[in-house]
Design a protein around this ligand. Structure first.
Ligand code: ADP
Ligand code: ZN
Length: 634
């Protein structure tokens, strides 16, 4: 009998607590509901359990720790690797009416002391801190006395040597936790999904029986495309002309490419800036801000740009070169469309990209402190990753499906929003070409790499061919009528489907497999899906974007009047951003403005129903936006 009463009470309390965190979400961030995974993570943290969230970029990781941070008794510390990221998040929080600060090397000694002083007085609810600060005397002095409820490890993959961006200073986190008088709840977040890295994070951070939540890696609002244009620049320029006034990032593999592309775009009159590790700190900072504050529309950059860039209205990410692996690609491409609106991710492939990446792998200086065996392992792993990346560029299957499978998820094999799904394919019998390739591999005793085999079949007259006497090979020139790109396609197909394999070492020798013989003997046909006609760049547009799969709103349905209103609201946002000295998307996201155009709020109550408008922001700007909507109606 008593037990029952308690149970009821429990449930009621739980329900109250639940509605409490939805209320916090609404009040501070202006959102009505949690996205997939968020609520589970919030609840786990609030229940005092160590928590580990693995979510793709743009899924909304920050909310998962910011909401509980606001509800917990004490202070939340957030360890974050990048200054730009901290600044952005803290600005966002301050805009939402949350007292937050960051402690990193961008502050002068005086500012740092002052901030720590305020922290000691308990002025901040959330404090972002650089990992290398954690075990400094000044910080420890504060931390030992403070009431720390939670420690958040953002970009937690930085703790793993197997990760993309290993940072030795992340190892200080554990040291720091061990020094604390009371162990706070630990939560960790990352967008990197591979199992090795996941296990590493749990082990190294010593998470205690953590609740692990992984949300799907699919980003339905992103359109994926691969193109192999003869003239990359012309093709990209064409794309940019079709997307005026949009924010976008162009990733290049090397600084040289960045400089080159930047220069040409500038000469062609685009609003463009650049970023790579070779620029001075100051220039990098200015350029990054120009992009974030939308003073420059296009950012041309190496992969040094982007981790933690929270600009939510990036409408396209073009890869001018193929990156080194799928992890990098998905992460970089994923910087498009964080606001949930349609965005495009286009990869421009050329054979040279493979060569350049191979060179980077063979000359990777980062691995020098590793012992011989580990270094070899890392190199083999990198080569394998590069191969999988290359296959992405050659597959005729759904690109999204390919990526999701790479990360261990099962998608459907048709997404309707990638260049492959939108291309008409036909099944072509490529057995003759396949036999030629396999025959050439066999007759040269499985001693050569892909390029030499293809050159032989095509009858190239190179020094290499002559020095290996491949011009005497029975298959020399045998497939000279088949275009080179087709030979390469079939070669890749044969590797992807196990008719041939490539050795893991740096020589990448093509070898036969148990499946090779059947093709050579004519017992097995090789069928391949090939495009009926090459789609042109210009056709591959957002229009194909499947709206129904995205829970949200889209500008595409706008009337002309709404379109005008949107521009007005945008102008107001820019004005306010200027006054507040924050990037426009910190004031309100594009998505919020789009929603505002649809709701056309007349009163405060209406305005608070707009996604992204919380109480605090309403108090600050609500009236001005209401006025703008009113005027936009006439
Ligand atoms: P991540 O860190 O996972 O890349 P962010 O935390 O930057 O993603 O969130 C991406 C965007 O999604 C931000 O603009 C954020 O305000 C928005 N967002 C997060 N959670 C929600 C939600 N529950 N409803 C609507 N928008 C959300
Ligand atoms: Zn698809």
């Amino acid at each position: 009998m008593y037990g029952n009463i308690w149970k009821k009470r429990d449930r009621k309390e739980i329900k109250q607590a639940m509605s409490e965190h939805v209320r916090v979400l609404k009040q501070y961030f202006g959102y009505d509901s949690f996205r997939e995974g968020q609520e589970e993570l919030v609840e786990s943290i609030l229940a005092g359990q160590d928590t580990f969230g693995i979510m793709p970029t743009g899924a909304g990781k920050s909310i998962c720790f910011q909401v509980p941070a606001l509800m917990m008794q004490g202070i939340t510390l957030v360890v974050s690797p990048l200054i730009s990221l901290m600044k952005d998040q803290v600005e966002g929080l301050n805009q939402a009416g949350v007292h937050a600060a960051y402690l990193n090397s961008s502050l002068t000694m005086g500012q740092y002391r002052k901030a720590l002083g305020y922290a000691k007085e308990g002025r901040y609810k959330i404090i972002y801190v650089a990992p290398e600060r954690l075990v400094t005397e000044a910080f420890l002095d504060f931390a030992m006395q403070a009431d720390i409820s939670m420690l958040v490890v953002d970009e937690a993959h930085c703790v793993s040597q197997w990760g993309q961006d290993f940072r030795p200073s992340y190892l200080k986190i554990v040291e720091f936790i061990e020094k604390l008088p009371v162990r706070p709840v630990i939560s960790a977040f990352t967008a990197t999904a591979t199992k090795e890295v996941r296990d590493d994070i749990i082990d190294i951070l010593l998470l205690r029986n953590p609740k692990v939540v992984t949300t799907g890696f699919d980003r339905p609002n992103l359109y994926f495309a691969v193109q192999s244009p003869k003239d990359k620049y012309a093709s990209m320029k064409n794309f940019l002309e079709l997307h005026p006034n949009q924010s976008g990032i162009i990733y290049c593999l090397t600084r040289k490419y960045v400089e080159e592309v930047y220069k040409r775009l500038k000469e062609d009159g685009f609003s463009v800036t650049k970023y790579h590790a070779g620029l001075l700190d100051e220039e990098r900072k200015v350029n990054q801000e120009d992009f974030i504050y939308s003073r420059a529309g296009i950012m041309v950059a190496t992969n040094a740009f982007g981790m933690g860039i929270d600009k939510s209205d990036v409408r396209f990410v073009i890869h001018y070169n193929m990156p080194k692996n799928m992890e990098s690609y998905y992460q970089e491409a994923g910087r498009a469309g964080r606001d949930g609106e349609a965005a495009e991710c286009i990869l421009l492939y050329a054979g040279q990209d493979v060569v350049t990446n191979q060179f980077f792998i063979d000359n990777n200086k980062d691995n020098q402190e590793l012992d011989e065996i580990s270094r070899k392992l890392v190199m083999e792993r990198d080569r394998e990753r590069l191969r999988k990346m290359t296959f992405y560029c050659f597959t005729n299957e759904c690109l999204r499906d390919y990526a999701l499978r790479y990360f261990g998820e099962y998608g459907s094999n048709y997404c309707g929003n990638c260049s492959n799904c939108l291309t008409q394919f036909e099944n072509v019998d490529v057995t003759e070409t396949a036999r030629g390739i396999i025959g050439c591999v066999e007759s040269s005793n499985q001693r050569f790499g892909t390029n030499l085999i293809i050159d032989t079949l095509h009858g190239a007259r190179t020094v290499k061919i002559r020095s290996y006497r491949m011009d005497k090979n029975p298959y020399y020139g045998e497939l000279s009528k088949v275009p080179l790109y087709r030979l390469r396609q079939v070669m890749n197909h044969l590797q992807l489907y196990g008719y041939l394999r490539v050795t893991d070492d740096q020589y990448a020798i093509v070898k036969l497999t148990e499946k090779s013989g059947a093709v050579l003997d004519g017992k097995e046909k090789v069928m391949m899906k090939l495009a009926k006609e090459q789609v042109h760049q210009a056709k591959a547009k957002t229009k194909h974007y499947r709206k129904e799969v995205v829970a949200g709103f889209s500008k595409e349905e706008f009337t002309e009047q709404e379109e005008r209103l949107f521009e007005k609201l945008r102008a107001l946002r820019t004005e306010i951003a200027g006054e507040e000295k924050v990037p426009p998307y910190i004031v309100f996201s594009d998505k919020t403005l789009v929603h505002m155009c649809m709701v056309k709020p007349e009163t405060k109550e209406d305005m608070l129903t707009v996604s992204g408008v919380g109480e605090f922001k309403y108090e600050k700007y609500g009236e001005r936006f209401l006025k703008c909507v009113r005027e936009g109606q006439v």
